[in-house]
Design a protein around this ligand. Structure first.
Ligand SMILES: [Mg+2]
Length: 94
């Protein structure tokens, strides 16, 4: 279920502004991850903040396109696939 604040943000500021915010927040998280890896920076507080921002925006993205259930189903399938690969990996490295 979409958080009421996410629903309200989407309704108030509109699809275009909010979908641009998804991209903006994803790029902010990207930047912090790269900073952490490349500059060995202690920026965990920024990573926490940007992760929360991205999760909020992804919630709005899913609500905007009405794809919450389909994403959840796809995610479950992908997690199964990853689990299979991990099991094969473990067998190879055992
Ligand atoms: Mg941000």
């Amino acid at each position: 279920m979409t958080h009421p604040v996410c629903e309200r943000a989407l309704r108030t500021w509109g699809e275009q502004a909010q979908m641009l915010m998804v991209v903006e927040e994803m790029s902010e998280l990207t930047k912090e991850i790269l900073k952490n890896i490349n500059r060995k920076k202690d920026n965990i507080a920024e990573i926490i903040e940007e992760t929360a921002d991205v999760e909020i925006m992804l919630e709005q993205l899913k609500a905007n396109y009405g794809i919450e259930e389909k994403v959840a189903a796809y995610k479950a399938g992908k997690l199964n696939l990853i689990e299979q690969r991990l099991n094969e990996w473990d067998k190879k490295t055992a």
